[in-house]
Ligand binder design. Structure first.
Ligand code: UDX
Length: 453
């Protein structure tokens, strides 16, 4: 027997992972999306995104009759006890958050609540700027329903911290659950729902105000992005010091318990659907409320410069890029996903094309999505070796597991000139430096030795 019914608005990354994980824990779930093709595809057990473990869990949930998808939001809200809003919150042209889909979902829920007698819980799962849940969602639902929040219906803000590539594991086993509550009854209700979800093996549950929960999400992402930009800044320093290596430095820093080893991997910068968007939204929000966040500005600045490292390092070996064939390994913004939103690969490839290079790229799963952005300006290979064949230089942009198995001999055997740029620090410099022309982010060499003071 199903526990109870929830509905999830928005079947993107966050919504679909939430829906599938709740169904896998025995809840009945109604997934709602305005995108008809997405409803059809997910409803038939075909995920619209690549995410390890998602397809299997989705098929199982549908087979067990616990998950169904619909464009009919009225039915979904009517039948459910709680509705999670997991719609997109992109940036507007000026960088500030676009709450258009949140407003629309709130209006639809309110409209249904007008005719629903039973108490209903609304949970904001999307990332929204501080104050949005109480100042945007609440008044819209109250207006559309004619009912009072806290009395007739409940409201919580419950940010997600899932990473693409491990979204299912992160949803099933989060480090913590943050519940921002409008009132105690709403918070109790959501906490109870998560107690049923996690049974005996429950992560810490933190209860706080709606606004603090909203801030936790931004502060977490900004902190993680700060670690990445910090180590990329140290990488830049290392590149200018002969014999220095940021990977060893990161190990030395990370074992300090106060710092921690995660998110200290230097590379060509962060991308994806969250960090770039959320940091810009935070910057825009801070400006509007008169707050000064110089560290957030610095995180963004370091990250904007980072992709240019790829071409800069390559120019140590290749003078002019005109007519040169450059192999790009990896298109997705990180491994184990087909997502190319804000991917470093796109920036690197555009810079190479602008300099007159010919680009051939390979990615295990993201080629289709990259092609939508880059079109026919790039040649797409079917394997890493095919991509490298005849190339004048090769840049590792995404650290897919299969690239880590490449040996110097693979580059020597296939490329016209074996110039290898390790943009994600996946190769052992000791093994590569003597055999191919090798440069890597955060790796110092003698040709950039600083002058004597
Ligand atoms: C992130 C947050 O981790 C997650 O909690 C939030 O809900 C959404 O945003 P995600 O964007 O999926 O998740 O990926 P994440 O693993 O955090 O990586 C973000 C970017 O940082 C990637 O481009 C990755 O390559 C880069 N990164 C990460 C580094 O360059 N170095 C690191 O050490 C870690």
């Amino acid at each position: 027997m199903a526990k109870f019914t929830i509905s999830v608005f928005g079947l993107g990354y966050v919504g679909l992972s939430t829906a599938v994980c709740f169904a896998s824990r025995g809840f009945r779930v109604l997934g709602v999306d305005t995108h008809k093709e997405r409803v059809r595809s997910v409803g038939a057990g075909r995920p619209t995104i690549y995410e390890p473990g998602l397809g299997k869990l989705l098929a199982k949930s549908i087979y067990r009759g616990l998950l169904s998808c619909t464009a009919d939001y009225r039915r979904a809200v009517t039948e459910a006890l709680a509705t999670f809003i997991a719609v997109g919150t992109p940036n507007k042209a000026d960088g500030t958050i676009d709450l258009g889909s949140i407003r629309e979902a709130s209006r639809q829920i309110g409209e249904v609540l007008r005719g629903k007698e039973q108490w209903h819980l609304v949970v904001i799962r999307s990332t929204v700027t501080p104050g949005a849940t109480s100042q945007v969602v609440k008044p819209i639902i109250e207006d559309a329903s004619g009912k009072e929040c806290g009395t007739d219906w409940g409201l919580c803000m419950n940010p997600e911290f899932l990473r693409e590539g491990s979204a299912i594991q992160d949803t099933l086993r989060p480090d913590r659950i943050v519940i921002g509550e409008h009132d105690k009854r709403s918070g109790d209700h959501l906490e109870n729902l998560y107690k049923q979800f996690h049974r005996g093996d429950r992560p810490p549950i933190l209860r706080m105000s709606l606004t603090n929960a909203e801030i936790v999400k931004y502060a977490s992402n900004a902190f993680l992005a700060m670690k990445v930009s910090y180590i990329n800044m140290i990488a830049d320093l290392c590149e200018r010091i002969p014999g220095a290596d940021v990977s060893e430095v990161a190990n030395g820093i990370g074992l300090d318990k106060r710092i921690g080893p995660l998110f200290l991997k230097a590379g060509l910068g962060y991308g994806g659907s969250c960090f770039p968007k959320d940091l810009k939204a935070l910057q825009g929000f801070a400006q509007n409320v008169g707050a000064h966040l110089p560290m957030v500005n610095a995180i963004i600045k370091v990250n904007e410069l980072q992709p240019s490292k790829a071409v800069e390092l390559m120019k140590r070996f290749v003078n002019s890029l005109k007519g040169k064939r450059i192999a790009i390994l990896g298109l997705s913004f990180k491994p184990d996903t087909d997502d190319v939103r804000e991917a470093v690969s796109i920036k690197v490839i555009k810079a190479l094309l602008d300099d007159g290079a010919e680009v051939v790229a390979y990615d295990p799963v993201a080629t289709r999505n990259a092609r939508r952005i880059l079109g026919g300006r790039v040649a797409y290979a079917q394997s890493a070796l095919e991509c490298m064949a005849g190339a004048d230089a090769c840049i590792v942009v995404t650290e897919w597991e299969e690239f880590k198995r490449l040996r110097p001999e693979d580059f020597l055997k296939t490329m016209k000139t074996p110039v290898v740029i390790d943009g994600r620090r996946i190769f052992d410099p000791k093994n590569f430096q003597d055999k191919v022309r090798f440069a890597a982010v955060g790796l110092g060499t003698s040709d950039r030795a600083p002058r004597d003071p």
